[in-house]
Design a binder for this molecule. Structure first.
Ligand code: GCB
Length: 876
């Protein structure tokens, strides 16, 4: 009884206490991500007929339909429903729904009545809840639609346009008179620092009061430093739009990557007659000054600073774009850890949490609206673009990390009217006009920052279209050594661009090579997607970037792998140019950046994560990545000679034994030891047959090694040698796509996640022979027809998207196969029976009782036989 009473007393005290707390707080934001109902039924007529299932926000309806082999994803409407839990004390308040973002057209309904809408998938918006009933049944429905709409950017792009209510949703409860610019989705207070120097900074506070009484109200901003000392204050009395007298801060502590010092501002809205605080907004302020110079690059607080970092897409493995803010923030932390000081928020504005993290960690940033590849020549499109630009600037304005506003990415990539010179001229003129309008708008709204446009390598195209003269900084997305040319061409190419535009500050806003961490190559070549090729590529680029002061900065494409549904290649639906994987595991290339740019002493066994290896020889190359001077490598107790790290790398030829190998790398800095350790499990092939039931997995027509999702290692084939193993006859599948030599095929192979097993092939093969011990074996043959039309996409980046050499019908190909003289496959016609790019797997058994080993023979009925991969497994 006594405990019950105490409990009751405590409970009512807490209630009163919390209630009074709510009352005194002039502004409350309550996250309402939990417990929504969702429906996506394209056929339903009216909301009443929809079948809802429970979901939490952030949510996208495309997280899983992009994971299958079927091309495309649902682009249509989705409905989110929620009953609002309202407190009676809010009856006298103004209440907003605050959306972080929804892709891409949104309509908001309250109790069946439309109360708001928003266009564009990447900026936030607010909707006022004016007619609440407070009867416990107030219900909102949010209709979100990610259908293609020619009036809304992006029209196309190398990323997946996940639909849904994919960013946070909050209720914001304020007094009648409060700060807000509802139409731009902001809290209405804008703060920035002007004329910043080591001696002084001028703080400018502007804003807007949404005041339903029309009364004169006081606005006061107080600035405190990081240890809560007041350093400045300013106030004004007025209505609606306000601008406070400037605040001067003497000897400011400047914000920088090395020391991202933030001052705090508290801006209050006060009723001067009662002195009651009606609203209060807290905003962090970083004091810094910066400039771009066409010859010397970028300067921060007077210091020449090379901007180094990456671009970022917002999606994550198996989540699409519906990624909790806390997880997104890790990306900025990973960038910081890598030694980066720059983030290109591409190709659209992202979660506010990203910019908050940039402010906190000292990462400089550019943000852009999603005009990608092409435009629609319509007033509606232009107006939507301008509205997005305004929202982006208003919503990002208070972040000290932002130094550039951008608005077009490779807008000449999907060139319309290429065959109609007159029409093309008009199209280009319209692009130029739109660019100029966005530029003018941006400079007017925010004269304190630079503007940026990112172009692809067609330098003359952009220059002739008048686009390079418009933005203050031109960004170039360059892929020498990937889509064309050699990696070594990158530097000289930039020299040419710089010589042609000597007065224009320049950034490299993209460069990258696809790296599939499951793929390795002893002799890396372009398009093989191997880690080794990626390492060579990035090393050459880093060197060229650092050697040229006129390059203000460079952002690797991309911080992490990202979803791009229309892409094929080794991981269909994914662009593999990330330094991190889609679930943010670092690749070797990430370690390379860290060794180059992190100030922290660092040593890493190259590919420490490639712990399962196989080869036909025990001598292996192992690299160590480090920013130390020199290091040693110890393998199974044997220490190899000390080597200096050259451009952060040292290579050793080591001997691996079968089974587990212990690898230790050591390096020194100022007498201090730094180490890294890894265990590599090594299988020597095909000797594995001698000691059990191991399988031998071979890729045909390939120079790369692949680890599949069952941790099986696939090695490249070779021509047969006496008493060994290998293929007999034929040649590697080779094809030119849009003028470039592909590596095997980049078609999405249907029926498998292990596409590289099927993407290369030996064409015209006569047979396969293996010398093996006596016993029982299981042989698996893997086929896929690589010629002809697979899944068609029309993305310009797609390596295999165009009809290979004009052949949309595969050549006639019918063949038989024999295993040790016995017919096992009769008249196989891959294309006719299974279609193009379809995985075909056939399993057989055979007993070897003599020393002839295993012999597979292919006989043509018509055309050339093919084999994509082969597995041999000893079962007894
Ligand atoms: C680009 C685009 C980017 C692509 C990238 C690529 O130039 O700006 O959206 O993802 O190339 O990987 O091809």
């Amino acid at each position: 009884m006594k405990t019950k009473l105490t409990f009751l007393l405590l409970f009512s005290f807490l209630q009163v206490f919390s209630q009074s707390k709510i009352n005194v707080k002039p502004r409350t934001a309550i996250n309402i991500n939990q417990n929504w109902s969702f429906s996506k039924d394209p056929k339903a007529q009216g909301y009443a007929l929809l079948k809802y299932t429970p979901v939490n926000i952030p949510h996208t309806w495309n997280a899983f339909d992009v994971l299958d082999d079927v091309p495309g994803y649902y682009r249509g409407a989705g409905y989110y429903k929620k009953k609002l839990q309202l407190q009676p004390s809010w009856k006298t308040k103004k209440i907003y729904l605050d959306f972080g973002g929804a892709n891409q057209e949104t309509e908001v309904y309250l109790n069946g009545k439309k109360i708001g809408q928003h266009i564009g998938g990447y900026t936030g918006f607010m909707v006022a809840l004016n007619d609440l009933k407070f009867n416990g049944n107030d219900e909102i429905i949010v209709k979100v639609d990610n259908s293609y709409n020619e009036a809304i950017a992006p029209l196309t792009g190398d990323f997946t346009f996940f639909g849904g209510l994919y960013r946070n949703v909050s209720l914001v409860i304020v007094n009648d008179a409060h700060f807000a610019e509802e139409q731009y989705g902001t809290n209405g207070v804008y703060i920035h620092a002007e004329n910043v120097s080591q001696q002084n900074a001028t703080i400018q506070v502007k804003g807007n009061i949404a005041d339903h009484t029309g009364k004169q109200l006081k606005v006061i901003t107080t600035i405190i430093d990081a240890v809560a000392n007041k350093v400045g204050e300013s106030s004004i009395v007025g209505v609606n739009a306000f601008q406070l007298p400037q605040i001067q801060i003497k000897n400011p502590i400047l914000w920088s990557p090395e020391r991202p010092y933030l001052y705090k501002t508290i801006t209050k809205l006060i009723d001067p007659t009662t002195n009651k605080v009606l609203d209060e907004i807290k905003i962090n302020v970083g004091l810094r000054y910066f400039s771009f110079d066409a010859e010397k690059g970028f300067f921060l607080n007077g210091k020449q600073t090379k901007l180094i970092g990456a671009s970022r897409h917002q999606d994550f493995a198996k989540m699409g774009n519906a990624v909790p803010s806390a997880l997104q923030v890790k990306d900025v932390e990973l960038l910081k850890e890598m030694g980066g000081n720059f983030l290109r928020v591409a190709h659209y504005p992202q979660d506010q949490a990203i910019l908050d993290a940039c402010d906190r960690l000292g990462i400089l940033a550019s943000v852009e609206i999603p005009i990608v590849n092409e435009i629609t020549e319509s007033e509606a499109f232009y107006n939507n673009c301008k509205a997005m630009q305004v929202e982006m600037i208003k919503q990002g304005y208070n972040h000290p990390s932002i130094i550039m506003w951008a608005y077009m990415n490779e807008v000449l990539l999907k060139m319309r009217y290429g065959n109609d010179p007159e029409r093309k001229k008009t199209y280009l003129k319209n692009i130029e006009n739109l660019a100029q309008q966005l530029e003018d708008l941006t400079r007017k709204m925010d004269p304190t920052r630079y503007t940026l446009m990112s172009n692809h390598g067609d330098v003359n195209g952009y220059t002739n279209a008048g686009l390079t003269k418009i933005p203050m900084v031109v960004g170039w997305n360059l892929y020498q050594g990937w889509y064309g040319g050699k990696s070594e061409d990158f530097g000289p190419n930039l020299d040419k661009i710089h010589a042609a535009m000597p007065d224009k500050p320049l950034m490299v806003t993209e460069y990258g090579a696809d790296v599939d961490p499951r793929i390795h190559a002893d002799l890396p070549v372009r398009f093989d997607k191997s880690l080794e090729y990626g390492m060579d590529y990035h090393q050459i680029y880093i060197k060229a970037i650092m050697q040229r002061p006129f390059i203000a900065g460079a952002a690797a494409w991309n911080l992490s792998d990202f979803s791009s549904e229309t892409r094929s290649e080794t991981m269909p639906g994914i662009n593999n140019k990330g330094l991190l994987t889609l679930d943010r595991k670092p690749k070797n290339t990430y370690f390379l950046y860290k060794a180059n740019f992190s100030p922290v002493p660092y040593i890493k066994i190259g590919d420490g994560s490639w712990t399962l290896r196989s080869d036909v020889k025990t001598k292996q190359n192992l690299s160590v990545i480090s920013n130390l001077d020199s290091g040693t490598l110890t393998v199974n107790g044997k220490t190899y000679e000390k080597k200096a790290f050259k451009e952060t790398l040292a290579n050793w030829q080591i001997d691996l034994k079968l089974g587990k190998n212990t690898i230790i790398a050591k390096g020194y800095k100022n007498g201090k030891l730094f180490t890294d350790q890894s265990t590599i499990d090594f299988v020597l092939q095909p000797q594995a047959f001698l000691n059990g039931t191991h399988s031998f997995n071979i890729l045909m027509g390939s120079q790369r090694q692949f680890i599949d999702d069952q941790q099986r290692i696939w090695l490249p084939s070779k021509a047969y040698e006496q008493n060994g193993w290998g293929h007999l006859g034929g040649e590697a599948f080779k094809i030119k796509n849009s003028g470039r030599m592909a590596y095997g095929s980049d078609k999405n192979i249907l029926g498998t996640q292990n596409d590289p097993i099927y993407q290369t092939q030996q064409v015209g093969i006569n047979g396969y022979q293996l010398t093996v011990p006596k016993g029982k074996y299981e042989i698996t043959l893997h086929f896929a027809e690589l010629m002809g039309n697979g899944i068609q996409t029309n993305l310009p980046y797609n390596l295999d998207s165009l009809i290979a050499e004009g052949k949309d019908v595969p050549p006639q190909r019918i063949f038989d196969a024999y295993l040790n003289g016995k017919l096992i496959i009769k008249a196989l016609n891959l294309a006719a029976k299974y279609g193009v790019a379809q995985k075909v797997e056939r399993k057989f058994e055979c007993t070897v009782s003599d020393d002839k080993g295993i012999q597979i023979t292919f006989k043509s009925v018509e055309g050339k036989p093919v084999l994509n991969a082969l597995q041999v497994k000893k079962v007894k």
